[in-house]
Design a protein around this ligand. Sequence first.
Ligand SMILES: [Zn+2]
Length: 239
Amino acid sequence: MQIEELTSYEFEELSKRIKGVILPVGSIEAHGPHLPLGTDLFTIYEICKRVIKRIEVFLAPPLYFGLCRSTRDIPGTLSLRGETLKSLLFDLLESFYRQGLRKFIILSGHAGGTHNAFIIDTAEQFIEKYPQTRFFVADIINLLKDTLKELGIPENDSHAGEWETSLILYLKNELVKPLDKAFEDYPAFPKYQVVPEKKLFWASGIWGNPLKATPEKGKIITEQLIIKLTELLSQFLSS
Ligand SMILES: [Zn+2]
């Protein structure tokens, strides 16, 4: 059930038995010359829409914005501060809570470490204030680890590379630009340093090899992720 498509009356009726809600979180972030800025949201949101056909849970309207550090200065990236992301999430969670929901599933298509840390910290603070709530928090790379290994996709392929390009080729094919513009690339940030001009060390937004991407791989990754999420979320919602 996508919340924004329900009437208030339908929501009231359904929320008597459904206590879980999925909030998809993305980012608006540079993904090379071949993928759209909304890639992180498109992947996780399309998968969530398929998962809710298999389990009874609300799907909230997605949060398009996240916190992007490394790609911050590449054209098109639009980032929130961590504090803003936390406040936004906290307000939404309180709103879900007020509507009787108690099990919160936050699935992020953006896997930045700082972004994820702010989401986890929000969940920690929320559960401290409302101890009767439960959280399931995961990002797409984490969920895909086994599948990518099985497909022989290297661990350092993490952004706009083989797996992410494959997913968009399968899920949002019309938004992929010709792959002859794409290329293999990796960031070269100096270790342990926080640098101001991030573009000097990573200008493309590609971290991996998009030239190895295919829609067939995207289909396998999508199907595996749907199976995995259906299983994990069924357990979470029934516990
Ligand atoms: Zn991405």
